[in-house]
Design a protein. Sequence first.
Length: 176
Amino acid sequence: MSSAAQLQALLDREAIRECLHRYCRGIDRADEAALRSAYWEDATDCHGAWKGSAAGFIDQALQRLRLGGRRVHQVSNVSIELHEDRAGVESCFLALQAAAGNPRQTFLCGRYVDRFERRHGEWRIAARTVVYDWIEERERPELALADEDLFGARQPVGCAAPGDSVYALLRQVRIG
């Protein structure tokens, strides 16, 4: 493989990883723009009970996410196999989810098995299947209900877009 081809492969892999991270931010922060930017408009998603268009998955997910609660995703062990303008990608994930008003929390481990496509120079998810390797649901620990009581001096607390601290930072960086 030539040096130029090696460099392009590195750039492609990094663009795919950035897309995976946008998806996680989109879910964790209920950020519609970030979620939609991770998928092609004609993408599909098999996500637990949801099997259909990625746009439909995003619509129904945002309805739940905007009700509140807390979520955090981490993606690791990203394996990328590049083939011209297509890539097979397996990403391990850990997610902890607690819906607002629900006394239970869910810990999920699994893999995003994605077909990525590069169109017009941009990599996005064309088809996703979520494979669940571990699911653990349990009662949430007895914690204070108010963020101030729960987190105390550990501020700021994560929240949905656009109020989360990361969006204030990005606005500052973009302005210069």
